[in-house]
Design a protein around this ligand. Structure first.
Ligand code: KE4
Length: 442
């Protein structure tokens, strides 16, 4: 595949941007080679600057759940931009967004917008500490909650990809109240609550961790976290930046029937524009300035363009009739977007498992709704330690083989893949057919 212009741009970028990228995971360091540059995307496809078309399973790391450049999102952003790009003064779209999030996520009685998932998670933790007057926070090995200092401890995503779960520049004192636990381990969490009686402000958890690839909560695990936090006066914080409004209209908490005390959001609620949010019980949220003693702020929080794009995304996800010509029940009005996403996820998972089996390549293909990850290992993956057993050399070869075949997967074993309502059955058939060929070369 011709990458001449991408390589020229990357050489130029390296002169002015650290590593040539504005976020490390884009740098292809985990898979080798140079990243490509994209200047156009539509539906399930992106086109690089050399004109190569790719089926995109990264979807800007989750926001493009309706596919890229959805007409309703583009129109909403254009209309909002005509009226001004930022006010720093309350605008009506902030109220509409807050109301919609509260309607879609029953555990959220009040919500505060931010401009990134990092800010949302960082703020939720500060709020939990302020509300409980306790300092310690539990996070899980391999889970990523953005790059706030106190959370860059055995984090996932890019931090894990580069084998630097702990970042330079973070003083030990800043992480001394962060307790890291293995995910899906019941005993370890019980023991740490016993050992830190009345000191734990809360647990922050990705309900379905998507930053060490993708693995699922063991049966009863999320219920266990809900019970043990309630029993100890600690808060349960669901980081739904990735899973929110994707694994169900009300997020993973709807899918798994759990009511957290606080939730963090991002990605989908911005429709591709910079956004984050955190919300929960009113009695907790009212501890936030200007009402309460926990300070939190942001110049562009509730930005009208991000609100317009996010609202267009969410309102389409709320529409009962999925307009995709490909959906298997398009003749039935009222067809649910989420049923389509489930169907696409299941189709991809079945196809990839069959392809790996036919090629005789050990692969664990984990999938939950429209999120997935294939690990090159013959053992199941339920946590980051087991994810680390995957054969990364095989992953590298698979990644590049699929890229050459016109399929863009996340450029790291420790990232989740995403599907959108724009991915057609034909896209998935092409992807599985390419995988069957590439797997046989591993
Ligand atoms: P942002 O600050 O990147 O908007 O959100 C941080 C964040 C928080 N919580 C979860 C569960 C997340 O997945 C993320 C960000 N996800 C990564 C992808 N694994 C963003 C990609 C990147 O860092 O470039």
């Amino acid at each position: 595949m011709n990458r001449t212009e991408s390589d020229r741009l990357f050489a130029e970028a390296l002169k002015y941007i650290p590593g040539g990228v504005n976020s490390p995971v884009r740098a292809f360091r985990a898979v080798g080679g140079n990243p490509f540059f994209v200047n156009r995307a539509s539906g399930s496809k992106v086109w690089d600057v050399d004109g190569n078309e790719l089926i995109d399973y990264v979807l800007t790391w989750g926001p493009a759940i309706l596919g890229h450049a959805h007409p309703k999102i583009i129109a909403a952003v254009k209309a909002a931009a005509e009226l001004g790009t930022s006010f720093g003064i309350p605008n009506p779209l902030e109220v509409t967004m807050a109301k919609l999030i509260c309607e879609l996520v029953p555990s959220v009685q009040k919500v505060r917008m931010t401009s990134s998932g990092t800010e949302a998670c960082m703020s939720a933790i500060r709020l939990a500490r302020g509300f409980t007057r306790r300092d310690k926070i539990i996070k899980f090995d391999g889970c990523y909650h953005g790059h706030a200092d106190s959370l860059l401890v055995r984090a996932g995503s890019g931090a894990l990809t580069f084998g630097q779960p702990d970042s330079a520049g973070v003083p030990a004192a800043f992480t001394s109240h962060t307790i890291v636990m293995p995910y899906n381990d019941f005993e370890a969490v019980t023991a740490v609550f016993t050992a830190n009686k009345d000191q734990i402000a809360g647990i922050i958890v990705e309900p379905v961790p998507g930053n060490a690839g993708l693995y699922l909560p063991k049966p009863g695990y999320l219920e266990f976290l809900r019970e043990i936090t309630a029993a100890h006066g600690a808060l349960l914080i669901f980081d739904e930046v990735m899973t929110g409004f994707r694994l169900a209209r009300g997020g993973a908490q709807e899918r798994f029937h759990i009511t957290p005390d606080l939730s963090c959001f991002g990605k989908v609620i911005g429709g591709g524009l910079p956004v984050g949010a955190f919300g929960g019980r009113a009695e907790i949220m009212d501890y936030l300035a200007p009402l309460g003693p926990v300070y939190q702020a942001g110049t562009l929080s509730g930005n009208p363009l991000a609100m317009a794009a996010g609202l267009a995304n969410l309102q389409e996800l709320c529409s009962r009739a999925c307009e995709s010509a490909e959906n298997p029940r398009s003749h039935e009005r009222g067809y649910d977007v989420y049923e389509l996403l489930e169907a696409r996820g299941a189709q991809l998972a079945a196809g990839m498992r069959d392809a790996a089996k036919s090629a005789g390549v050990p692969m664990q293909f984990n999938q939950c709704g429209s999120m997935f990850c294939g690990y090159f290992t013959d053992q199941p993956v339920h946590n980051v330690a087991e994810a680390m057993r995957s054969d990364r050399e095989k992953f590298k070869k698979f990644f590049h083989g699929m890229l050459a075949a016109g399929v863009y997967l996340a450029p790291s074993q420790f990232e989740a893949g995403f599907l959108s309502t724009a991915h057609t059955a034909a896209d998935i058939e092409k992807t599985v057919s390419a995988a069957a060929k590439v797997l046989r070369t591993l």
